[in-house]
Design a protein around this ligand. Sequence first.
Ligand code: AMP
Length: 379
Amino acid sequence: MSGPIHPGATLGVMGSGQLGRMFAIAARRMGYRVITFSPDCDTPTGQVADDEVTARYDDEAAVRAFAKRVAVLTFEFENVPSQTVEWAVAHCPVRPAGRVLHICQHRLREKEFLSGAGLPVAPFRRVESALQLADAAREIGLPGVLKTAAFGYDGKGQRKLVPGDDLAAAWVPFDGQPAVLEKFITFEREISVLVARGVDGEIATWPVCENEHANHILDITYCPARIPAAVAEQARSLACKVAAALDLVGVLAVEMFLLADGQIVINELAPRPHNSGHFSFDASVTSQFEQQVRSVCGLPLGGTESLSPAAMANLLGDEWANGEPNWAAALAVPGVKLHLYGKAAPKPGRKMGHLTAFGATVEEAAAAVRDARAALQRK
Ligand code: AMP
């Protein structure tokens, strides 16, 4: 293993959205140079990076040239093709490794990996035809959720199935690609744990986050989650097991369902910083983005303690429906922090930014962040 990558070096990030932008901000603050690679230009990441490479992920020459320019390559987007990673790894360390991306970019591989490692997931079956869907529904029982195995996010590419549904008709939009049917979990809360793991196996988790969704998109994160300490400990311990089983180097989000009886079921993994960890930018000793820098550079991990209870509210393009939001009104809420991602077109459902607020309790923080977001619509 080579030594740490010190400030002054150039870090490469594949993907160019808001996660890469906040990674680049953290890295540049620490004295690194950052270049981003994606098929787009004037991107959220490119706007704050030292350089932005615009090329397709299947452009072998461009990928190799990019990898030769960087001391380490990381990701802000897990759906980078495996072939791209193989080209890059010939020229620079790739962290997390291509194997981690390969597992996490496919729901079936991810669930098989987790259950193979003895970690709790909802009962699931691979489905590749209407016939297999009927068999799977019989075996695991409905209600269930049918999800495409690849490229699903924010509830896209999934459908809830209940007893009596016409399964042949439900299968039609899924036909032609592998899918997974999983049992519908009646959960009490959705929680997530951000975990970072260093080159030497050092591991750190942040306090557990509690997540509320609206229209399948994360809406509000509370940190810490309003759950008993023993459950939080169990959630953090599960996330550490996942990170170790993956041999992760980097940051990983583990999304989980918490059942009424205290049982935890892992829903999904994201091998990168995650929307639910955005609170950490303002409210933690070390943000998930700084931790990504530290871990992929082979440096010691930073402390993950919270400076205050905090809540994060996403700002979707819908906030622009009546014109420019009232930023001054939102920023008048004491302590509120505004993050905008530099995206030009505020489309409905598009993540444009977020707000973070603090409080003596997490409920107070959530009330403040909701007030601030509501104030955006004040005329
Ligand atoms: P996902 O894309 O897998 O993160 O799913 C998006 C959202 O759909 C989750 O945050 C849950 O609210 C819901 N969901 C997904 N899978 C299940 C399940 N098996 N049971 C109940 N709700 C689910």
